[in-house]
Design a protein around this ligand. Structure first.
Ligand SMILES: [Zn+2]
Length: 438
């Protein structure tokens, strides 16, 4: 048996010591931010706080930072914004958030920022079971979205062999997986299923024909949704892991080889608050709230009390792996911005995905929210083989969705190949309602 942790001192640090080292890191970070970021200087002055000696216990005295604020700052002070706290010459990497509307946010990293990111990413892959003997293929475009870029550096840090597939088509990636002893795959959950489906169309079962044994997924929460995780495991023949993150901040979390359904937070570099969505008070174990992150070391673009809009649940019990990091049960449970009110009931697209992915015959689906005769209606359109449809798949899914959501859902078949396939950041929900009662 090899060592279970890449960074044992950090990963198993007792809670009290963790708190002490976070407090020291926070003091250093706040002093640096107050000295170098005009954006934060203005924010702190606006609430009458001089933050240079503010202890971690009083973090809540500081205002939140939001993505809209950062976007506005970059618009006024184009292109980088005044939250850039280091000289441009000290920056070594640039990434963009995936913007669905408006301009994307530009994110810069200093050399130390990128080293930190690579280090925690390597820790995460190691915790999943990636070793120096693995050959690793991230199925990713290597464009401006940070996605699997950090993974490349992490793979090298672990001494594993990196197989680049940036410009490859799905067909070429399938051929590559059949031709080389690639044991680890990184991709979004949607792309993992798409890859397996494309292979199946050629009569190839990736689970048996490739050498894959492990896959990790980021960009969407699917690898923490039990039915999606089971489907990925079956189609790819892998043990499936989740690596939640935000382009802005970091790949902040990971699920581990204990497969407890929890994701762990890299608390040596990131401090987290989980706040009740209504009252904004901290929630306890077993409770849900919005994840607010403060990066304890970020040089080029600091993040103090950043509202992630991600919904998480603080784990009730420690993970059997022995890590002492703060952990969240079920990963990211939903985006607060994606929550929709339908006939008075709050639903998340993840709830629907959980049910639909429970039927392996479904190859792709979309969710349409519409208004029929003045009433909200949920329509799920899906692609599935004729035989599954004849055997009552639509009725069965409608019944399961009703049970899960407490709402009647219309389920329809869509022509084969008509629904969009996603290679990253799937957006399967379309809201066609004119006025949204929220
Ligand atoms: Zn664990």
């Amino acid at each position: 048996m090899d060592a279970p942790y890449l960074h044992p001192d950090v990963e198993t640090l007792p809670r009290q010591e963790r708190r002490r080292s976070q407090a020291a890191a926070f003091a250093r970070q706040l002093a640096a931010v107050a000295a170098s970021s005009p954006f934060y200087q203005r924010k702190f002055a606006a609430v009458g706080i001089h933050p240079s000696r503010l202890p971690l216990e009083r973090l809540t005295d500081l205002p939140f930072t939001t993505k809209d604020e950062l976007k506005a700052d970059q618009e006024v002070h184009a292109p980088w914004g005044e939250f850039l706290a280091a000289p441009l010459t000290a920056c070594v990497r640039l990434h963009q958030t995936s913007a669905t509307t408006g301009r994307p946010l530009l994110i810069l990293e200093s050399r130390r920022d990128w080293q930190d990111l690579s280090r925690i990413y390597a820790r995460a892959l190691y915790a999943m079971g990636v070793r120096s003997t693995d050959m690793v293929l991230p199925a990713f475009s290597f464009g401006p979205w940070v996605g699997f870029w950090g993974g490349v550096f992490a793979i090298q840090e672990l001494g594993a062999l990196f197989f680049p597939s940036g410009g490859m088509s799905t067909e070429q990636r399938i051929d590559t997986l059949l031709s080389y002893p690639i044991t680890v795959l990184g991709c979004t959950p949607s792309y993992g299923l798409h890859l397996a489906e494309a292979a199946a169309k050629r009569g190839i079962d990736l689970a048996t024909r490739s050498r894959l044994r492990l896959s990790w997924h980021t960009g969407e929460p699917g690898a923490s949704i039990p039915t999606t995780r089971a489907l990925l495991a079956r189609r790819l023949g892998t043990r499936v892991f989740d690596l939640p993150g935000l382009t802005e901040i970091a790949p902040w979390g990971f699920s581990c080889a204990a497969e407890s359904g929890q994701v762990h937070l890299h608390e040596d570099v990131i401090y987290a608050e989980v706040l009740d969505v209504e009252s904004e008070r901290p929630v306890g174990p077993g409770e849900r709230g919005e994840l607010i992150l403060t990066h304890l070391r970020r040089e080029a673009m600091p993040f103090i009390r950043y509202r992630t809009r991600d919904l998480v649940e603080v784990a009730r019990r420690p993970c059997p792996c022995g890590r002492t990091f703060l952990s969240f049960q079920g990963g990211v449970l939903g985006r607060l911005d994606d929550l929709k009110k339908i006939r008075g009931v709050l639903i998340s697209p993840a709830h629907i995905e959980e049910v639909v992915r429970g039927a392996p015959a479904v190859s792709e689906f979309e969710i349409v929210l519409r208004r029929l005769q003045g009433l909200d209606d949920i329509l799920v359109r899906l692609e599935a083989p004729e035989q599954a449809l004849r055997e009552g798949l639509l009725t069965e899914l409608a019944a399961n969705l009703r049970l899960r959501l407490g709402l009647r859902v219309t389920v329809e078949a869509a022509p084969s190949g008509s629904l969009r396939r996603w290679d990253h950041k799937a957006r399967r929900l379309r809201d066609e309602r004119q006025e949204v009662p929220f």
